[in-house]
Write a protein that binds this ligand. Structure first.
Ligand code: 9MR
Ligand code: 9MR
Ligand code: ZN
Length: 508
């Protein structure tokens, strides 16, 4: 087990570059791997306590060293994994994170070498509680399971479209990849009422080693929900800005969904209906989803009725599948002229407060994170989301170098500079997650690259494998690279999308 932790891909030459050392050595060296030469030496920082991993560590800052090449850090007789300094440090990462969405495609043949498979889940789904069936084929499998759920889909689509919008080199490919999911989402809308079915899956999760085309159980379309319909309205309004040929249809779908929401504001929160036990994606309120939808619809149409809803709403923040507020703020702050100046200011102030809290935690966390000791299911997403908030502020409100730098520090954690020296992206780094809870990979016996795993999570006692491996571990070490650990080592489309946003916007 490594005791010096680095981003295992590396660092851009001009970036801040830090390693975290568990050794108590006061000095460190940078060694070039090609000839073993010590090319830089420095002093480590004072020992600091890292609460999340319950240990003292020292930071080795080698920012002034900007030679290109491959190196490792050496201190106190310990060595880090090697890493690259240079423009190509992250080569292939952007493309792989995006291609993972292609691999998650449902309903079509997948042509990807050993991971190829015939179309899956093509039969019509039964509308829960009826004998009626409906074609809802397509879309991405949500995660390591084969469910397709609207709420997390909306979030993943939003991340990818925002990545396209805010990155320096917007690739048409981002729009092409994302369209596949949007097309499926459109099929999930009831054409009569505008309401959107919450999800489609079999009644329960299938065996971990079952290939997608072999899951042949009946597909069940779960009831329309307010969160799904509001998220759908927001997503389609957002998408209408990026697909000019489809603009009218997307806006019509968004407005139809909005009408359903208006008439069903007191709809109960979604829970799995009896007999269905797949991912629930329930929520305790749909107010932030409504806020997001109103912001996107106002942004797309300029209609005052949406503006009125925003003005009467609380301002919500959040970038998780249950907390969509910041997506709403993002839409509103993207408006060039029609926004209400005072309301814009309020949103900026709110987002700034979120960022300042992140920065405050970040300042005391040697691994570059900002979670304190709160690691929960999908902690990788929480890490990425904090970085995303900082970048959104920097892009939409005012350029802020400290925020951009902190966002990069969060990525360094995900790519190996963490207490386990674990890269939480499959196929990338010296010690990547190799055995994720991902049915297609398990079925093939080989892990697909470019997928973000959930990460440390001490909060799920029913993940027995995780508990057995990690008993007594501090929060940020509560992770096991084991296929059965669904609560720390599953993958999910919205974990990939948030990391994709970071990598795209940071030009990595
Ligand atoms: O495999 C399932 C995974 O995709 C879900 O995220 C997770 C959510 O609860 O559940 C997993 O299934 C596990 C089930 O919940 C409990 N028994 C073991 C299953 C893992 O194969
Ligand atoms: O990502 C979800 C996490 O935030 C929740 O705590 C967890 C339990 O409800 O569910 C996670 O989502 C899983 C979903 O329910 C089923 N597909 C796999 C998802 C990722 O593990
Ligand atoms: Zn499928």
């Amino acid at each position: 087990m490594k005791k010096i932790h680095v981003n295992q891909l590396g660092y851009f030459a001009d970036d801040v570059k830090k390693a975290v050392c568990e050794t108590d050595a006061g000095a460190f060296e940078i060694i070039r791997t090609s000839d073993g030469a010590a090319v830089f030496s420095g002093k480590t920082g004072a020992a600091v306590h890292d609460a999340a991993s319950a240990q003292d560590v020292r930071v080795a800052d080698f920012s002034e060293f900007s030679q290109q090449g491959e190196f490792f850090v050496s201190a106190g007789g310990q060595e880090s994994y090697p890493f690259t300094i240079g423009a190509d440090a992250y080569a292939g990462l952007n493309a792989a994170l995006l291609d993972a969405f292609n691999y998650q495609k449902c309903g079509v043949a997948i042509d990807k070498g050993i991971w190829s498979h015939p179309p899956c889940h093509t039969s019509p789904a039964v509308i829960y509680g009826t004998k009626e069936t409906r074609d809802v084929s397509g879309g991405w499998h949500d995660a390591g399971d084969y469910g397709r759920y609207i709420v997390p889909a909306a979030m993943a689509v939003a991340d990818l479209l925002l990545a396209y919008d805010l990155c320096a080199n917007p690739l048409q490919e981002i729009l092409d990849v994302t369209w596949f999911e949007i097309e499926w989402m459109l099929k999930m809308q009831c054409e009569k009422t505008g309401g959107v079915y919450h999800k489609v899956s079999c009644a329960s999760f299938n065996a971990l080693d079952e290939a997608p085309q072999n899951e042949r159980g009946e597909l069940i379309l779960c009831p329309i929900s307010l969160t799904a319909t509001a998220d759908f309205a927001a997503t389609m309004a957002l998408a209408s800005r990026f697909y000019p040929d489809k603009k009218a249809a997307l806006l019509a779908a968004a407005e139809h969904a909005w009408t359903w929401c208006e008439q069903n504001l007191d709809a109960p929160n979604f829970v799995n209906p009896e007999g269905v036990t797949t991912g629930q994606y329930g929520d305790i309120t749909a107010k932030d989803e409504i806020f997001w939808a109103a912001c996107e619809l106002f942004s797309a149409t300029g209609a005052e009725k949406y503006h009125d809803v925003i003005k009467q709403s609380e301002i919500y923040v959040g970038l998780g599948w249950a907390n969509m507020g910041t997506y709403g703020i993002t839409a509103y702050l993207s408006l060039k002229s029609s926004a209400d100046a005072e309301l814009s200011e309020k949103m900026k102030t709110r987002l700034r407060a979120v960022c300042e809290e992140i920065m405050q935690k970040h300042a005391s966390e040697p691994f570059g994170t900002s979670l304190g000791v709160t690691y929960r299911w999908g902690s990788s997403l929480d890490v990425a989301n904090n970085a995303m908030s900082l970048l959104l502020y920097s892009k939409l409100v005012e350029e802020n170098a400290a925020y951009t730098n902190a966002a990069k520090e969060h990525i360094h954690y995900l790519l190996g500079r963490n207490p386990l020296s674990q890269s939480y992206v499959t196929g990338f780094g010296s010690l990547p997650a190799k055995d994720p809870h991902h049915r297609p990979s398990v079925a093939v016996g080989e892990t697909f690259p470019g997928m973000v795993v959930g990460g440390p999570n001490p909060t799920t006692p029913r993940d027995v494998v995780l508990q057995t491996h990690c008993e007594g571990n501090p929060p940020s070490k509560f992770y096991v690279d084991h296929k059965e650990s669904f609560a720390s080592n599953e993958i999910a489309i919205y974990w990939n999308s948030s990391v994709y946003f970071l990598v795209a916007v940071l030009g990595m």
